[in-house]
Design a protein around this ligand. Sequence first.
Ligand code: THU
Length: 134
Amino acid sequence: MEKRIVTVENLIKKAIQVMKKSYSPYSHFAVGAALLSKSGKVYVGTNVENASYGLSICAERSAVVSAVSAGDRAFDCIVVATNTNPPSSPCGACRQFLSEFGDFPVILVNPQGDRMDTTVDGLLPYSFRLNRSE
Ligand code: THU
C-alpha cells in the first residue's frame, strides 16, 4: 500500500482532536498527543485519569503504548496539545518514556495556534537509555 504523507498540520489537528477525548475528571487538564511513526502511521493518545490518582496515564505515554502495540517503534515526530498558553511541555515521566525510542522532534501546541518546537533530547538531555541492539 502507498505510504500516505502526513504533514505537521495533520498531526496538530489530530492532537487537538484527541485532547477533546481526555478523561480527566480530577485535574480537568486535557492533553492530546499525535505520534507519527517512520512507517507513516499516526497514533493518538489522551490522558486517562483514575479515582486512584497515581494510576492516571499521560497522553504521550498512551500514544506510545498504542504505537508499540501495533508494532511501530521508530518515530518521526510527536505533537502534544494542551489548552494552556504557552503550550505545556511533557512531564518528566513522559520525557523518559519517549527517550526509550530515540531522539525525534516534539512539537507543543494549543488550539489558539501557539507552537513550540523542541526534541526528545532537548527535553531530556543525557537521558538514561539501555545500550542494546534490538
Ligand atoms: N498529563 C499528560 O497527559 N501529559 C503530561 O506530560 C503531563 C500531565 C496529564 C496527567 C493528568 O491527567 C493531567 O495531565 C494533570 O497532570
